[in-house]
Design a protein around this ligand. Structure first.
Ligand code: FES
Length: 175
């Protein structure tokens, strides 16, 4: 009976020792990813856009696109004066907007329809509403039309200083 008690006691100690080692191991494993995360270099979530002058308010005719490019010459786009305040609108009347003219679905060039105030894609017929920040209202695209972040200075010069969605075909809007 006494021999049997010793075996139980030794068994219990080994179990407790083993549990302590396992717990320490688990704690160390759980701590590793946190250490690895803090040690990893931070990834930039935002890109630095150029501030490019795209035109002047005096050049704009209401509801008539002025063709531009932003953030570089390989990214065609437009400025539009809509005649009423709209989301993302700049200028004294908050009615000047800018958009890329490459469809975010597969990059087809978009055409502007003044009557409906939409950009329309000949590829798969996506439609984007410029009075609603380029919201897609029809078609295959899976994102809205990238809209420029605009600033108008006191001389009426219009600057683009960012884009709110990813341009088609790019991993970053600024290459
Ligand atoms: Fe425009 Fe497909 S390329 S909807």
């Amino acid at each position: 009976m006494q021999r049997c008690d010793k075996k139980v006691d030794i068994g219990r100690r080994q179990f407790l020792r083993g549990s302590a080692v396992a717990a320490a191991g688990a704690a160390a494993t759980a701590a590793l990813p946190a250490q690895a995360q803090t040690a990893a270099p931070a990834q930039l979530a935002r890109v630095a856009y150029p501030s490019n002058r795209l035109g002047n308010v005096s050049e704009l005719i209401e509801n008539d696109p002025l063709y531009v490019a932003y953030p570089d010459d390989d990214a065609p786009g437009v400025l539009l004066k809509l005649g009423k305040a709209v989301p993302g609108g700049a200028g004294p009347d908050s009615d000047i907007v800018g958009f890329t003219t490459s469809c975010p679905h597969q990059g087809f060039p978009l055409s502007y329809t003044a009557d409906s105030r939409t950009f329309n894609c000949p590829g798969h017929y996506s439609v984007f509403d410029v009075e609603q920040g380029g919201m897609q209202v029809w078609g295959h695209a899976t994102q809205n039309l990238p809209q420029y972040v605009l600033r108008v200075d006191d001389k009426g010069d219009i600057y683009a200083e960012g884009v709110d969605e990813l341009l088609y075909g790019r991993l970053s809007n600024v290459l």
